[in-house]
Write a protein that binds this ligand. Structure first.
Ligand code: ADP
Length: 472
């Protein structure tokens, strides 16, 4: 099955790509912004035009009035011409009106009756001598004056209507600007989305290769921000772990098949020898039969270790805790190894505190202890000494087993607990080992939640220890 077909099984429904989602989001967002900007333009322009007209009218009103006064003092009498020039230079309308609304200056045929009436009202309303207000689409500056004894009105105004050409020009500009912003936003959204999704696509491709068993892939994400970097680092970690598990798995198959094959070959060889050579010689036959029995035992313990470990790790074998006397249990285990003192010259030194009661799965803890003591026997030095202790310390009992062997190099120490790990060195063992012993110890103790570890000094031996919680 190819990785692609295998992967398809996990694809439940096709989602939109992040690139598409980001790009659409950015583009829509900029469209909304542009629309808001365009529609507010009209309103803002009109509003600011109004404000400009208001301030222009009040400024020009004061200015023209003062200039008119100075013109009069200098002896100027052609008020009409004077007002006309002022009006065109300030771009406003200026009249001196009679109270009936006709123009006194400049001489024009206008009828501002309504406007004058409004001005009189405004002037009467306020205490100031000047009125500035909005009336009938115009902004007005007005004040009372006298001319040859008659009450007349200074009337300056400017229209509030914005010229159509200015509005059209502004709309064209807004449209062009909006179009430019949208094109820019689409392009920027595209490149930002591409920048963010590129590492993800690359990682997906590499993860596919990894699924296909290519452990040389390297996930890179350093230049894309901390989240992508963290993802790349995690994937690299996962890759290393998978690759390690894979090579351990291969080692296991090699080890287990080798371990199965050796006793099987021996069994076959000795069985043939019994049939062909030693069948009639009871002494030889018994010796050969013993080898067959030993090798069959080795096979059996290998099979049971593999089974134990897989049952423990798959969770089939539950931990069943109960209180039991660890001290007597440990003495029992040491008694079982007692035969090695007589047959192989081993020395077991034991310092076991009495009556240590712990709460654990007796059978599984027994297996762990058995494996640790068995290893110490296998790996201890020439003096064949093994020291087993169970000592009460604050709130727990420390079990330790020490040997005087070659020790374990520091760089190998963390790996010895791994499933299938086995030192490359071939070793003549009094206790059968399968390369799974410490892995079983680790699984059992981790399931119990007990602290454990190993200290080793190269050349002088190792100490494996477990801290058992105990109630006394
Ligand atoms: P094995 O059947 O090979 O002993 P284990 O899982 O019990 O398998 O141990 C794994 C490896 O750890 C051993 O192959 C050995 O290299 C190392 N080891 C375990 N116990 C000791 C010890 N007491 N002294 C030195 N090396 C040890």
């Amino acid at each position: 099955m190819t990785a692609k077909r295998g992967l398809n099984k996990y694809v439940k429904k096709k989602n939109a790509s992040i690139f598409f989602v980001l790009w659409t989001f950015f583009t829509l967002f900029s469209l909304v912004l542009v629309c808001i900007f365009a529609f507010s333009q009209d309103y803002m322009l009109k509003r600011s035009y109004r404000e400009n007209v208001a301030s222009d009218v009040s400024r020009c009103g004061r200015l023209v009035q003062r200039e008119l006064y100075e013109y009069e003092i200098r002896g100027g009498r052609d008020y009409g011409a004077f007002l006309y020039t002022r009006a065109s230079s300030y771009d406003v309308g200026v009249f001196i009106l009679r109270s009936d609304g006709t123009a006194l200056f400049p001489d024009a045929d206008v009828s501002y009756g309504k406007q004058v009436k409004k001005l009189i009202e405004k002037l009467e309303d306020g205490s100031a001598s000047v009125a500035i207000y909005e009336y009938d689409g115009e902004y007005v500056y007005g004040s009372r004056m006298t001319y040859e004894g008659e009450a007349v009105y200074f009337y300056l105004y400017k229209s509030l209507d914005l010229s159509e050409s200015i509005v059209a020009d502004m709309r064209t500009r807004t449209f062009l600007l909006s179009a430019f912003v949208i094109v820019l936003a689409v392009a920027v959204a595209g490149s930002v989305s591409g920048f963010l999704t590129r590492p993800l696509s690359e990682m997906t491709e590499k993860a596919r290769r990894l699924a296909n068993g290519d452990f040389d892939v390297d996930f890179v994400g350093e230049s894309y921000g901390s989240e992508i970097t963290a993802l790349a680092q995690t994937l690299n970690y996962a890759k290393d772990e998978i690759s390690r598990a894979d090579s351990l798995q291969k080692d296991l198959i090699a080890n287990v098949s080798h371990d199965f094959k050796t006793p099987l070959t021996m069994i076959k060889a000795y069985a043939s020898m019994i049939r062909e050579i030693s069948g009639d010689n009871p002494e030889k036959r018994n010796k050969h039969a013993e080898v067959i029995i030993d090798e069959a035992d080795r096979l059996a313990s290998l099979v049971s270790d593999v089974l134990d470990l897989s049952k423990l790790q798959s969770g089939i074998d539950e931990i069943k805790r109960a209180e039991f006397d660890l001290s007597s249990y440990l003495r029992g285990v040491m008694d079982k190894f007692g035969y090695l003192t007589e047959t192989k010259g081993y020395t077991f030194e034991t310092e076991i505190d009495d009556g240590v009661i712990t709460f654990a799965d007796e059978a599984k803890i027994g297996q762990a202890i058995y494996n640790l003591v068995g290893n110490a026997i296998n790996y201890t030095g020439e003096d064949k000494r093994v020291i087993v202790r169970l000592k009460r310390e604050n709130g727990y009992a420390r079990f330790s087993v020490t040997d005087t062997g070659k020790g374990i190099p520091p760089e190998e120490l963390p790996g010895i607990w791994d499933r299938y790990y086995r030192s490359r060195e071939t070793h003549k063992r009094p206790v059968q080992g399968t390369g799974l012993g410490l892995s079983i110890v680790k699984t059992v103790l981790e399931k119990h939640g007990f602290a454990f570890g190993a200290d080793s000094t190269e050349g002088s031996g190792s100490t494996f220890f477990v801290l058992f919680p105990c109630r006394n």
